[in-house]
Design a protein around this ligand. Structure first.
Ligand SMILES: *Cc1c(COP(=O)(O)O)cnc(C)c1O
Length: 375
């Protein structure tokens, strides 16, 4: 059996090698390494896929979040609500800009923040919310947009793990993750659901005003050459990465189906096991399974992780430490409540290998190994 990996970038590349290689060769041939035509084409293709007015590519997902925070024009000391159970980038950029990350708990089923949790965290200084669509499933955006509207808050969606997920509103209209709030941010880090062969990221918005400002901020705050309206940053998607993403965007839906099929198999084989809980599915969001994350009961998580590793099965802990317990956030930010769910999840979650190239014998071996652990 082939070695089991958390992600299989080589196996995925092998299947699309001809188109990827020729897309890269074209870039090198044309030497337009920065802002080549492929960047614009990719932005247009992604905008069409997401059904959003504007896509602005940038250098990585963290920059996308930072640019979004800069574009909504907050002032030092303004508060931004973020889940304490997420990747550090979500809150890091808030701290970096002198804003206050307000760290809140998440729902024990969806692992995402909810409207009620947000409502309890709002203060007069609160200006924005960052729902993170963790592991590939959307937060309950209809309710979150309602709170946001009520309190005049900006909503910046961290869609780094959920590109391609569909959210369904109560009136049955369906939209793509990242296109519901004021700005959506994503990452094209190689292991993400749409990954390039290096770093990459993008912002989405339906607002022309925000799109223009985002474009300027990502490009040194420049209105036109040598005219600078804002203090900006330099954050670009390389032409070669855009060319690769153009090829891979055409496969994103089939990649999604492959991940969902692996997840469905895990669900079926592990759903009845005592000792663990399979990922809950939201009623109003599809799940694109950036991660397939179990809850391991009775403090057996680390034991199971080692057991699987000894059998050649990698498994990862996303995330082991709540953000508010990180030293970097010890002097900044505000913590709301006891974050009991976050703390429990950090102790109990375990993510299994899931990617677009999972083989049936690998899935069987993983499932059998987990079953044998609980025997
Ligand atoms: C990957 C990720 C990011 C950061 O993306 P980079 O491209 O690595 O900067 C931000 N938020 C979440 C939730 C992520 O998973």
């Amino acid at each position: 059996m082939e070695k089991i990996q958390m992600v299989d970038l080589k196996g995925q590349y092998t299947k699309i090698k001809l188109s990827i290689d020729s897309a890269i060769a074209d870039c090198i041939d044309n030497t337009a390494f920065i802002n080549g035509p492929q960047v614009k084409v990719f932005a247009e293709n992604l905008a069409a896929y997401l059904n959003v007015h504007y896509v602005i590519p940038c250098a990585n997902g963290t920059d996308a979040l930072q640019i979004a925070m800069m574009a909504i024009g907050l002032e030092r000391g303004d508060e931004v609500i973020v889940p304490a159970f997420t990747y550090v980038a979500t809150a890091e950029v808030i701290g970096l800009l002198g804003l206050v990350p307000v760290m809140v708990d998440v729902d024990s089923q969806s692992f995402n923040i909810t409207a009620d949790i947000i409502r309890a965290a709002i203060s007069p200084k609160t200006k924005a919310i960052v729902p993170v669509h963790l592991f590939g499933q959307c937060a309950d955006m209809a309710a979150i947009m309602e709170v946001a509207k009520e309190h005049h808050l900006y909503v910046i969606e961290d869609t780094a793990q959920a590109l391609g997920a569909d959210y369904t509103f109560p009136d049955n209209t369906t939209t793509k993750a990242g296109t519901i709030g004021d700005i959506g941010c994503t990452s094209f880090f190689p292991s993400k659901n749409l990954g390039c062969y290096g770093d990459g990221g993008a912002l989405f918005t339906n607002s022309e005003e925000l799109a223009n400002k985002i474009r300027m901020i990502a490009n040194h705050g420049q209105v036109k050459k040598y005219v600078h309206k804002y203090i900006g940053i330099n954050s670009r998607l390389d032409t070669i990465q855009a060319a690769i993403l153009n090829v891979k965007l055409g496969h994103l839906d089939s990649y999604k189906v492959a991940r969902q099929a692996a997840a469905a198999y895990y669900d079926k084989q592990l759903g009845n096991l005592q000792g663990l809980t399979i990922p809950a599915r939201s009623k109003n969001s599809s799940h694109v399974f950036h991660q397939y994350t179990l809850i391991v009961n009775n403090y057996k998580r680390d034991e199971l992780k080692h057991y699987l590793e000894n059998k050649g099965i990698p498994a990862m802990i996303y995330y082991p430490i709540p953000l508010n317990e990180q030293e970097a956030f010890s002097q900044i930010g505000r913590v709301v409540g006891t974050l009991s769910v976050t703390r429990q999840l950090c102790g109990d979650v375990l993510s299994l290998p899931i990617h677009t190239e999972m083989l049936q014998e690998q899935l069987d071996y993983i499932v059998d190994s987990i079953r044998s652990f609980f025997k």
